[in-house]
Design a protein around this ligand. Structure first.
Ligand code: SF4
Length: 101
């Protein structure tokens, strides 16, 4: 997880495990969200000149919810964060007590 604090009270987290590097965020907010040359995943640049609209536009454009926005400690986007396969999923962890049918 990479965390950024572009504005007072605002925290942007980019989860590299969720990023599929499809450049949707970089398209809607070019120069703010960019793909890292080495890792290929999205990073935030030029935080000081990013507008709130650009920050949210990038997060909304992301199909995998890799960009998470919090304001004053409360997640504001996405409101529902879909678990990734293997993250807190009892079936993936192998501790599902239900018997298979
Ligand atoms: S839109 Fe999401 S998945 Fe695509 S590059 Fe940006 S952060 Fe990664």
């Amino acid at each position: 997880m990479t965390e950024y604090y572009p504005k007072p009270g605002l925290k942007i987290t980019i989860d590299p495990r969720r990023c599929i590097a499809n450049a949707k965020c970089t398209t809607v907010a070019p120069g703010i969200y960019v793909l890292d040359d080495e890792t290929g995943v999205a990073v935030l640049e030029n935080e000081e000149r990013a507008t709130i609209e650009q920050l949210f536009a990038g997060a909304r454009a992301c199909p995998t919810q890799a960009i998470i926005i919090e304001q004053y400690g409360k997640r504001v986007f996405p409101l529902i964060l879909t678990p990734m396969w293997g993250d807190g999923n009892p079936v993936a962890k192998g501790d599902n007590n239900e018997s298979p049918e």
